[in-house]
Design a protein around this ligand. Sequence first.
Ligand code: TNX
Length: 551
Amino acid sequence: MTHRPQRPTQPHLLAAALLLAAAHAYAEPELTPRPASFLPRQGVLVLRPDESVACPDTLPACHLESLSRASGLPLARARGAQLPTARVRLLPSAEVPAGTAVPQGEGYLVRVTPESLLLYAATPAGHQYGLQTVGQLLAAAPRTDGTLHLACAEIADAPRFAWRGYMLDESRHFSGKAAVLRLLDAMADYKLNRLHWHLTDSPGWRLEIKAYPRLTAVGSRGSETDRRPDAPAQFYTQEEVREIVAYARDRNITVVPEIDMPGHADAAVLAYPELDGGGYLQKGRTDKWPHFTFNPARPEVLKFLDTVLAETAALFPDAGVIHFGGDEVHFGWQRWPELPEVQDLMRREGFTRLEEVESWFNRRMAGTLRTLGFKTGGWDEIAARGLPHDQTVVFWWRHDKPPVLHAALDAGYPVVLCPRRPCYFDFVQHADHTTGRRWNGFNPLDDVYAFPDTLGLNAAQEARVLGLQACLWTETAVTQARRDFLTWPRLLALAEAAWTPRDRKDLASFRARLPALLDRLRARGIGCYDPFTHSPEVTDAQTGKPQAHLD
Ligand code: TNX
């Protein structure tokens, strides 16, 4: 409701109007993700166009810009004489009035009274998230003659999970800087805070490494659906990476790079054949993936990977975690027994199984990451590789193997939950959709929303869950239009599932908010699947490009 009630002329109409107004004032506004608590208060705060915001100098300008856009008021940073009187104020948690819970970490408290809007937080991230919420309140507030009428309220909010992520596969098909910046803006709108950037894989190497220029000169050509050696090179320069990382940092998003090893290595091997550890033929096709692994025991290969990781670490100084893949390695083991370096290693260490070679390689590279000052992230296979619990983050992806999740949690690993179902967004989202994956079902919006409560974890297990992550693998997503279609609105459901406490999640409320959220995405130029109109499936067939099909 954004219209002012008509002035009533009859007493009974007056009573009805008052009731309506009261209902309006007390209805919970449409906030996404739904906050942990919302308490309506008496009164209205009137904000004028000349209003300014008292905030720390360190607050990145983008947050005030988006507040101004959302409100339609030119809400500038308060300066000089404005500072003491500004009615919108960002304050440290130390100033929270007595008797109110003090926000921690990414949490915040917003108090709207007829006099002011006060936003308390303990960290810059908390202030930023409070501003996101305030922006949504202001966007929906009734307005007259350029003033906004904000119903008084108190919102105390904090995330359910620390890791609220989205993984983008750049290797199978490349997105590029403009799409990534746009994605980061949309992620920040919904309080997502990790971009897991899958930068290397068999079809293409997408990260410039100065020490090994052929990685991008050769290894970045082609994609899942274009194996021509003279296909255009597609990759991020180091300068672009720095720009993207800084843009994300301003929005409280940590970019976590993934350099996949020892599997998914064909693109690197194409550039530097001496790295080859052999592979396998996928579905009998000779172009997929005969050089799937790095030679896991050759000293020159280990030196190469150390150098790649050192350059990566320097580009992502705040990542905390560098993901080194570690997935599906056994697919490419076939040649390992013949490799002299593997034979030497097995003799030296007394290994009898290739699994031990893989574990040795994992520990070796995790050691490099530790020396560089990072924790090691890896797909759930690494939970069986004897890596230290306090230095390793496990990404549970094999939804058909719950015991792997339970073993990782019981062993004390922090775990990011991203099981194929419902978190892989290359799975179809509607029964009618024809392109994309299925596995005894698919990933509709409501399943994403219900996650992870559907896993039935107890409180002790959930305490070790670091968070949730959606993964967009791009084998079947050649175009940005299709990547958008697969991502949205499911990423909104994931964002709320990752932020909102379990007892505040409400599918009906989420669905009621969704039409306006879809409009907001479209206004940003982001396409999406519209579950209300069952909009036509976006496939790459429309582009005339070849389509990839996965089972
Ligand atoms: C499994 S997730 C993979 C990816 C594929 C994805 C397609 C993981 C560790 N491996 O390499 O792109 O399935 O859904």
